[in-house]
Design a protein around this ligand. Structure first.
Ligand code: 5AD
Ligand code: SF4
Length: 450
């Protein structure tokens, strides 16, 4: 028996890719292990979206190198994901203990690349990201990807890559051009997952609204709203979500799905990044604060109970105090249920790295703290408004006294199970009466089983 230790940084796309790699290795007789000192292979799936994410990767690689020097294990150290794509063989120059580097579209070749290491090669790198290679590779890579174990919730890749080139973003360089998966493959994967007991599917892509538009394969007159409806029709599927969307590509056809497709959860992650039109233009986002607000209003018209989440970047080059105030104003206008906010960080390949008027670290930190304070107050307030209501909760884990799950709006709910009450199993849809609201979750009591 051989053991692999996998550490995943970054987004859900990376989580999904790590699952695929684990599956490919399982087919070769590998078992996953928690302790890197027991592993034949330590695999680090990396993120380079911000400088901090990249630093974390190098610090982990340093620990693995020391472990290997000390006790001979992990026998091989491999790096996959966005840092691997961006840095390539430079990783092995900087950290000679690393013997395998795989780009974001090459990881499906893992068994073959590993065999080369086992055959005695000291350094193996596979980094091709060109379209000719990528399109068949992407299609093929998803194929062995069906669930290893049944779970309540799973991600299904529908497209990847990005053609938007937001000026701060490294993704178009690390993930390459947009590619969509054929409808039939997606439907087959969803049906298989649902047959295995999966209740909730999240359709995954860097920019799901672009599904079918570029580098599409044969059958693709079809657009994202059509895909949502086709997947939603899978018998037995209880909940459907998708992430991530770009505001400029969000149209009424997709918004209508929230009114017309019952299994589509009323939750939308729609990254706005800034409330200042000057900053949005320099970010190359292709929309204004006003057009974003219009779309939010239309979404709420179609689905009044929709919960909205977003991403913000503070301290983008040239961001003035007045620009930042507009971001705060947009947040207060929309009242997002949640947001992820980040200090702008230079990415070597992205255009904004060469923009003038960089903002000082302490100014970024101070703006981030102010933004997060406003968001926390809004989140707490929107959560408090739910107390006294009875909400649908999809159970993720439970024992005889308590459990945890999520509402359709994606809020985490902790609930008490009363003595004698039937134990809700993971995957059950239950009703919980909300009694307490915190900044990150809700608490309540289990009501009747459905
Ligand atoms: N600096 C800071 N935040 C960034 N993001 C993407 N690139 C950068 C960067 N260079 C943020 C955006 C995006 C989220 C995934 O990460 O808000 O939506
Ligand atoms: Fe990056 Fe913009 Fe593409 Fe999102 S849409 S992955 S922020 S370039």
């Amino acid at each position: 028996m051989k053991y692999v230790h996998i550490k995943t940084f970054g987004c859900q796309m990376n989580e999904r890719d790590s699952e695929i790699m684990a599956q490919l290795l399982a087919n070769q007789g590998f078992q996953s292990c928690e302790a890197p000192e027991e592993a034949d292979l330590a695999l680090v799936n990396t993120c380079s979206i911000r400088d901090k994410a990249e630093q974390k990767v190098y610090s982990l690689l340093g620990q693995l190198r020391d472990l290997q020097a000390h006790c001979g294990r992990p026998r091989f150290i491999a790096v996959a994901g966005c840092v691997a794509q961006q840095e390539g063989e430079r990783i092995m120059d900087r950290m000679p203990a690393v013997s395998l580097v795989m780009g974001t579209q090459q990881f499906y070749r893992l068994p073959e690349l590993l065999a080369r290491l086992e055959g005695g090669e000291r350094r193996v790198a596979a980094l091709d990201l060109s379209a000719n290679f990528v399109i068949p590779a992407f299609q093929k890579a998803q194929k062995p990807a069906l669930a290893q174990t049944a779970a309540v919730q799973r991600f299904v890749n529908i497209m990847q890559g990005c053609n938007n080139f937001c000026s701060y973003c490294v993704v178009p360089y690390t993930r390459g051009r947009e590619i969509s998966r054929p409808l039939a493959d997606i439907l087959e994967e969803v049906q298989t997952l649902v047959a295995q007991g999966v209740q909730e599917i999240t359709l995954l892509g860097q920019n799901v609204n672009s599904y079918g538009k570029t580098n599409a394969v044969a059958d693709q007159a079809l657009r994202f709203p059509d895909l949502v409806r086709a997947v939603a029709a899978t018998p037995g599927l209880k909940r459907l979500r998708f992430t991530t969307s770009h505001p400029k590509d969000l149209d009424e056809r997709l918004m209508r799905c929230f009114a017309e497709v019952p299994v589509l959860c009323p939750h939308f992650h729609l990254p706005v990044q800034s409330g200042s039109n000057a900053v949005l233009a320099r970010m190359n986002r292709g929309y204004t604060a006003e057009s974003y607000l219009d779309k939010v209003a239309t979404l709420r018209h179609f689905r009044p109970d929709i919960t909205l989440a977003t991403d913000f970047i503070v301290g983008f080059p040239g961001e003035t105090e007045a620009d930042f105030t507009e971001t705060l104003r947009l947040l207060e206008t929309v009242r997002f249920a949640a947001s992820f906010s980040f200090k702008y960080s230079d990415r070597p390949q992205a255009r904004a790295a060469s923009f003038p008027d960089k903002i000082a670290e302490e100014v970024k930190a101070e703006r981030l703290a102010r933004l997060q304070a406003v968001q926390n107050a809004i989140t707490l307030d929107t959560n408090r408004r739910l107390t006294g209501q009875t909400l649908d909760v999809l159970v993720e884990s439970a024992n005889s006294v308590k459990g945890q799950g999520r509402t359709p709006g994606n809020r985490v709910v902790h609930f008490q199970v009363a003595p004698g009450q039937e134990l809700p199993l993971p995957g059950a849809l239950v009703q919980v009466r909300i009694e307490q609201a915190g900044p990150h979750s809700l608490k309540g009591t289990l009501q009747k089983r459905r």
